[in-house]
Design a protein around this ligand. Structure first.
Ligand code: NIG
Ligand code: FE
Length: 402
């Protein structure tokens, strides 16, 4: 059954834009009084509503209520929303000026979320994840990457990944799972960093493959997590297994982006500490640079050099990093809008970073633009001009069109 949606005041299909580098707003194609013809969840055509109606007299019409601007659904390519509990105590200490070390010594940090997540059963984790994913959907995010990384043992990582798989069957949001068993060496692991990574490689990754729980592997490369040399060995082996690679890179120090490019990672995420050498390296690679403004806001730290990355020619995506510690807010559009004012990213660059460039970070080729053959995955904002969307800094909420 063909469905014709519209008429939309403006449709921004985000087609015809380059995958990498800076953009200008006048490169945005805008279809006035547009329509979208869909069938079985796929887009058949994007054009003038009246033209499509004339050509498809038997299509069912889903008429737009009021003025609406249509965009592809947002892709949040980096989250940690499969967790239990809260780290409000950490946050209160952080805004009192306590250091990372002081917070960790008082029982906070990633390990606290590991403890709280281990105490939850799979059903509770699934329920918590669904609630967060539904909130994201109401804010226009139709695809969400979700990392494990609060289990940190074979059994507990599997519990998280299974919760993601079950949640995905129960909601109208696409979930993309990533194994982040290499988030930190768990405090109860009896061995070195390399022994822990070896344990993940031999005891966990084969089960993940067998049960088809994830096709992506992530690692946190940082002084308090994993060093670049160990990470490179681990990631190359994971890649040989057939996993796509992504890296928590350059959040505080800069070896992660070098490892990411070296291993051919699909993305290098964070990049707050990246300098000119790292910017050049990422811009010359096929690795998507993912900026996480929610972590900068949560930690009270500078943003990644988004403007410089685009000007150097990188493919820049914007994600929320929604997690219980460093990025508790989880409002992707609000974060992107706030960062764009500070970093001077224009609307075309922000929309690209939230859609087709973010889809590229997840190796997904069926979404992120509105064009024939793509998924009918779209959201409409109640306004007459696309510039209202960033202007209202996340307070304008979309309607999901399906
Ligand atoms: O992406 N940087 C490492 N991991 C997360 C934080 C996770 C946490 O604090 O629980 C991040 O910011
Ligand atoms: Fe993260």
């Amino acid at each position: 059954m063909k469905i014709l949606h519209g008429p939309f005041t403006q449709i921004l299909p985000l087609t015809g834009l380059p995958l990498k580098g800076a953009l200008q707003d006048d490169q945005l194609q805008i279809i006035l009084q547009g329509g979208i013809l869909t069938e079985n969840g796929l887009i058949i055509a994007v054009d003038s509503f009246e033209k499509l109606r004339g050509e498809n007299p038997s299509a069912q019409i889903k008429e737009t209520q009021g003025q609406q601007v249509l965009l592809p659904g947002f892709v949040d390519c980096h989250t940690h929303i499969c967790f239990a509990g809260s780290r409000a105590k950490d946050y209160a200490m952080r805004i009192q000026g306590k250091t990372y070390l002081e917070i960790a010594r008082s029982g906070g940090g990633i390990w606290d979320s590991v403890t709280q997540t281990r105490a939850a059963d799979e059903a509770l984790l699934t329920q918590l994840l669904i609630k967060r994913a539904e909130r994201h959907l109401a804010e226009g995010v139709t695809t969400i990457e979700v990392k494990s990384g609060y289990g940190l043992s074979v059994e507990q990582e599997l519990k998280q990944l299974r919760a993601i798989k079950v949640a995905a069957t129960q909601i109208n949001v696409s979930l993309v799972a990533t194994c982040l068993a290499a988030h930190m060496v768990p405090k109860d692991f009896n061995g070195s960093q390399t022994e822990y990574l070896q344990y993940i490689l031999t005891d966990l990754l084969p089960i993940i493959k067998k049960e088809n729980l994830a096709n992506r592997v992530d690692i946190f490369i940082e002084e308090n997590a994993f060093n670049g040399d160990n990470a490179l060995v681990y990631l190359n082996k994971a890649k040989q297994f057939g996993f796509d690679i992504t890296v928590h890179a350059d959040q505080f120090t800069t070896s992660g982006s070098h490892v990411a490019v070296n291993v051919g990672a699909v993305s290098a995420d964070h990049l707050e500490a990246s300098g000119d050498a790292e910017i050049k390296l990422l811009a010359g690679s096929n690795t998507v640079a993912v900026t996480l403004p929610g972590a900068s806001l949560g930690l009270g730290m500078p943003y990644a050099p988004a403007r410089k990355l685009l000007d150097a020619g990188a493919c820049l995506a914007i994600a929320s990093d929604w997690n219980p510690g460093s990025a508790p807010m989880g409002d992707l559009l609000m974060q992107a809008a706030i960062m764009s004012a500070a970093e001077k990213l224009n609307t075309a660059e922000v929309f690209a970073g939230l859609t087709f460039r973010a889809a590229k970070a997840l190796n997904l080729t069926d979404r992120g633009i509105l064009a024939a053959g793509m998924r009918a995955d779209m959201q409409a904002y109640p306004c007459t001009d696309y510039r209202e969307i960033l202007y209202q800094q996340g307070k304008l909420k979309p309607v999901i069109i399906d």
